[in-house]
Design a protein around this ligand. Sequence first.
Ligand code: SF4
Length: 200
Amino acid sequence: MAGEVQCHWSAWFRAHCTEYEKAPSDFKQAAWMVAHNQGLDELCRRQAGITAMFKEEQNQFKVSRKGGLTISGKPDLITLEEGGLTTVYDVKTGAPRHSDLIQVMLYMLLLPYGSPLYRGKSLKGCVVYRNAESSDIPAAAVDTEFQQRVTYFLDLLSAEKPPRRSPSHSECRYCELTSADCPERLADDVPDLPDTELPF
Ligand code: SF4
């Protein structure tokens, strides 16, 4: 939805096939997990004046569309305050990206359907960066227009006809699909671009 990934085939495939072999994780992903866990722990310690907090596995939810598409999620942290104010947090270790905000907005949209605890509530959101300012998301950001955009992309994922693959070295190297499922997967090594001298 954020336009940061151009190969929609990957998302379409994962929406239609849940049993697939994932590309192996590397040491960078292990380091990411440690940094993420530390960021989440620090965020939890900073919370004050709340009545309850729920972390990761406690926040797992699953919703389904007519036609069979299932969407699941697991926000990093949800806090409840006196008076019912509820905030959904996600911790990011990298540089801020539009997709970080959209991920939390999707949680804000879907959690009221996926968990009785949040039914009928409007939720606030916040993306917490380890190396940048946090981004607050007001409840009003998840409006009818946002829901319509989500519907558009869910329709793409639900479609029987797959979208085209758009292989590129920068996306394939981070894609969790292997060449067994995606024959167009490109090798991790990024070839040097030919440097052609302009004639003017
Ligand atoms: S491996 Fe590359 S081409 Fe295949 S689905 Fe992933 S991003 Fe697309």
